[in-house]
Ligand binder design. Structure first.
Ligand code: ADP
Ligand code: MG
Length: 414
């Protein structure tokens, strides 16, 4: 019994059929003290003598039809064959036994429901196997069938894992190819964006410069002055949009970094107000600067900060009702911070949209007013990017009784 338990343990660890056969043929002999043991597999209509352990050669490697051998009988009848004297039992093909040492045997089927094989025990003398020995062999056959099913299961699983691995490798290659294609497209997109920006920027700057010259000349009629201001504002918008787009693309590629230097904040604010005044006048509005700081030196990327303010003022002017005032206010913020506010009396931003309008391409449903129709929803995305790049923050609040207050908070950085 102890030996049977250790065999069951060994079988539970077996990984393939050859190791099961090696364990079983040895155990079968040891359990009954037989002179030989065979491991027979069912192979369609044949019995295949797959392995053996015996004092003399038996039938290893041979096949016999199920109907002509005792292992076949045991499998077909799904029961043990117990034979005391092989030479008097009609089920035995004596020709096959004559060259062997066998005089008596027990054959048990592996699995009683549709057997998959059989285990044979052989003695060199006539003897009747005891019911105890037959029970031991039947128990060994049961464990063998469980072990064979486990091996089959794990081999099926292994095969599936292999198939799946092949599929996964194939889809990984497909993904890699798609990724390459996307990277290629992305590169083309970036090149296109860079070319576009370059192609737009130069003529837009040229137009702005010519407008400035015209506007400075005396003797311009009011109508002409208004016309030149509108042209200037249009070119300034194109120029700024191109640069905003370029910076957003750079940030998406991880190559956007502000370049801070010591600068004069008051000078910058005055310059921005002057640059934006043609648009303000074109929109019939006043643009006012309120400086509430008693200092004016700041460390920041002047070009980026200029564009942030231009974007905020541009938005405010476009959304403010005609005849209104847009204020640019600079004041002390929290410790070590400066606060820049752009205030208008426009329709304001609904509270639930105050985060979202900073997202790329995000715009509120534009009215029919042509002033508010022309944007692409990139300006505030750029502003957020530039301000955060300085370690600052940007937010929008209501500006009671009416309008919006865009608030930029920047560390003074000095
Ligand atoms: N001062 C403002 N008053 C009302 N709505 C505004 C204001 N500023 C921005 N918005 C809203 O936020 C949207 C996003 O602004 P922005 O990113 O500058 O894009 P664009 O100006 O190109 O439309 C605008 O389309 C507009 O709907
Ligand atoms: Mg805008």
């Amino acid at each position: 019994m102890e030996r049977l338990i250790s065999v069951v343990q060994e079988l539970s660890l077996a990984h393939d059929l050859p190791s099961i056969m090696t364990i079983v043929k040895r155990a079968a002999r040891e359990l009954t003290g037989a002179d030989g043991a065979t491991f027979v597999l069912r192979d369609g209509p044949y019995c295949y003598y797959a392995d053996e352990d015996a004092v003399g050669p038996l039938w290893k490697g041979k096949r016999f039809p199920l109907e002509t051998c005792i292992s076949g009988w045991s499998m077909l009848h799904r029961q043990a064959a117990i034979i005391e004297d092989i030479y008097v039992d009609p089920r035995i093909p004596t020709d096959a036994y004559a060259p062997t040492f066998v005089k008596s045997l027990v054959m048990v089927p592996i699995r009683t429901v549709s057997p998959v094989g059989a285990i044979g025990n052989y003695w060199a003398r006539k003897r009747l196997a005891s019911p105890e020995e037959v029970r031991l062999l039947a128990a060994l056959a049961d464990s063998t069938s469980v072990a064979m099913e486990n091996v089959q299961l794990s081999q099926t699983l292994e095969r599936r894992v292999q198939e799946r691995t092949v599929e996964l490798l194939a889809s990984r290659e497909e993904l890699a190819a798609k990724h390459d294609a996307l990277v290629h497209m992305q590169r083309q997109k970036e090149e296109l964006a860079a070319h576009l920006v370059h192609d737009l920027k130069s003529p837009a700057s040229g137009i702005m410069l010519s407008c400035m010259c015209r506007l400075r000349s005396t003797g311009l009629s009011d109508a002409d002055r208004k016309r030149w201001k509108r042209i200037y504002a249009g070119a300034e918008g194109i120029n700024r949009m191109a640069l905003d787009l370029l910076d957003i693309t750079r940030s998406e590629d991880g190559v956007f970094t502000p370049n801070p230097c010591d600068m004069d904040l008051q000078g910058l604010l005055e310059e921005v107000v002057e640059m934006m005044s043609p648009l303000a006048e074109g929109c019939e509005q006043r643009l006012e600067l309120r400086m509430e700081l008693d200092w004016t030196a700041l460390r920041a990327d002047e070009e980026l900060l200029r564009r942030v303010l231009q974007n905020l003022i541009d938005n405010a002017l476009r959304h403010n009702p005609p005849g209104g005032t847009v204020q640019l206010l600079a004041r002390e913020g929290a410790a070590g911070e400066v606060e820049l506010r752009v205030l208008d009396q426009g329709p304001g931003i609904p509270a639930e949209m105050r985060q979202a309008i900073f997202d790329k391409y995000k715009r509120l449903a534009p009215g029919r007013d042509e002033r508010t129709l022309c944007g692409r929803g990139l300006g505030l995305t750029f502003c957020k990017l530039a301000v955060q790049g300085h370690g600052g923050s940007i937010a929008v609040e209501a500006n009671p009784p009416r309008g919006s207050a865009f608030i930029v908070r920047l560390p003074r950085g000095r």
